[in-house]
Design a protein. Structure first.
Length: 318
């Protein structure tokens, strides 16, 4: 993590873009709370309207109740669609700005590394293979660009989603909120332990990629030598073995990653089951309305992707 502090000088050059992205993400998260609240009002309105319709005496009165209910539901539907469009519009705008910043910093970082390569003595190039240097300036810098773009974007989005959704859930039902967020600390602890395993596998994949790049570069520069000594088949076999090692190490990393992603979704699903069970009991006992449970569930679902992205952010930082 300390090595990432070096990137602060690039981030300081794009303070305006970061602030604009953070503001757009904040607006997107605020708009995300509008739809659950409108759904709550709609559920409660339908329940009250149905009861009033059943108690109405004349046909005219029932028709008036039906028309008012239909008009209100239509209005709420339009407002939900508009709120969703505004939410994703703000998010898309923030994503474009922040990810563009990451690409610009990646380009500047590659130029800086290349300029540094020009100043290194010949002894350095004798001690380090060309393939390793190429992997550093291409693969590694590309991941740095992803960290500065998508990584920062999702990190800000995760913090804002939890900061906005959990207080909203708390205002609906504090006790239900506590039960719903119990899996979150489990997710945090799992992320801490899995990141250690993931780091070892990332380092192994990176080292083997450097070996592959070196072999490929040596084959191009020494092509005439290979042909002169008729070593094409032997080199192809050696290169295939190196590719197999890289494949095995990449699959080991993918196995950890593939396990962690469904685990994050399962944790969120556990919270959903808790909300459905306890929320249903609260409706039966009269402590909550169906609209309140629906709003609570929608706010909980807003935390699904932020929780899911924690594992992706862990892999990216590693």
């Amino acid at each position: 993590m300390h090595a990432l502090y070096y990137l602060n000088k690039y981030l300081s050059q794009h303070k305006g873009t970061l602030l604009a992205g953070a503001l757009l993400l904040l607006l997107a998260n605020i708009f995300s709370l509008i739809s659950p609240r409108l759904v709550k009002y709609t559920f409660d309105l339908v329940q009250a309207g149905t009861e009033a319709y059943q108690l109405a005496d004349g046909a005219d009165q029932k028709r008036i109740i039906y028309q008012e209910l239909a008009q209100t539901i239509l209005l709420h539907s339009v407002l939900i669609i508009l709120a969703t469009i505004l939410r994703w519009g703000m998010y898309a705008w923030a994503r474009i700005r922040v990810q563009s910043m990451g690409r610009r910093i990646e380009y500047a970082l590659k130029n800086e590394i290349y300029q540094h390569y020009q100043t290194l003595p010949l002894r350095f190039y004798r001690q380090h293979s060309t393939g390793d240097l190429m992997a550093r300036i291409s693969e590694d810098v590309q991941h740095v660009g992803m960290y500065l773009g998508s990584g920062i974007l999702h990190a800000m989005g995760t913090v804002m989603a939890f900061s906005i959704s959990i207080p909203s859930m708390w205002m609906i039902n504090p006790m239900l909120t506590l039960y719903a967020i119990v899996p979150v600390p489990i997710m945090a602890a799992g992320t801490y332990y899995v990141s250690t395993w993931m780091n070892r596998r990332v380092q192994a994949v990176r080292a083997q990629l450097s070996t592959l790049t070196t072999k490929a570069q040596e084959s191009f520069t020494g092509l005439k030598v290979l042909q002169a000594f008729v070593r094409e088949k032997a080199f192809i076999q050696t290169f295939a073995e190196a590719c197999t090692v890289y494949q095995d190490r990449a699959l080991q990393l993918t196995t950890v990653h593939a396990f962690f992603f469904p685990a994050a979704i399962a944790i969120i699903g556990t919270g959903t089951l808790v909300v459905v069970f306890l929320g249903g009991r609260a409706i039966i006992e009269g402590d909550m309305t169906p609209g309140s449970v629906a709003e609570f569930e929608m706010n909980l679902n807003l935390l699904a992707w932020p929780t899911y992205s924690v594992s992706w952010l862990t892999k990216l930082v590693q």
